[in-house]
Design a protein around this ligand. Sequence first.
Ligand code: PEP
Length: 262
Amino acid sequence: PARSTVVVGTGTGAHPVMIGPDTFTLIAGPCAVESLEQTLEAAEMAKAAGATMLRGGAFKPRAAPRDFQGLGKVGLHILAEVREVTGLPVVTEVIDAADVDLVSGYADMLQVGARNMQNTALLQAVGRARKPVLLKRGIQATVEEWLMAAEYVAQRGNLDIVLCERGIRTFETATATTLDIAAVPIAQRLSHLPVIVDPSHSAGRRDLVLPLSRAAIAVGADGILVDVHPDPEAALCDGPQALAGADVRELASTLRRLVPAS
Ligand code: PEP
């Protein structure tokens, strides 16, 4: 099928961004929104790396209940403020069907995370929303199941879906999950949807973010989703995978070198 392009960021004052076959989109930002200052700084880092979209979690689905769960609505306000300053459209996760209207009021794109890929009520709720959806692959989901999750969204009328490969659980413990790089061209062949890669959450290790980003480019992904943080040591969420300083500059030069100008 002809590949689709999804447009993100119309109607919020942001600079709209295209995700699809004619371009390569870098989405970057902090794993979690922690404060206005931290999010602004991370957004400037993202821009310096060449990002045209900002990521940042306000609702964080954490493995342990005592871990930082995100700032919630305050985090959404911060993201909207940072969009106003930087012009970057914002993607942020929604973890509960009851919050879809709230999050849609702030975000340019709704993220459904790996843990919720088969939460059919949430999929249907984002399917009714008027914002594009970033659908991450569940860590135990086959490509077929991932595409069926996208069908749940599409069936409710929302066809603006971008798929994100973020690693699957295997016996390997050197990385948080194993990036299934073959899933990118497979999903592109089986559907018309753009497919991006999250090298940060798949590996859980900063030192692998650049190599996996290069792999994503080589295999024909439509973009990448990368964690950056002004002070990874102090990050409230997933600091070990966040890029900072020289790593951000290297990401920028890697993209300039490897991504054909569109
Ligand atoms: C995230 O991108 O913030 C996240 C929690 O990722 P995943 O759902 O892929 O674990």
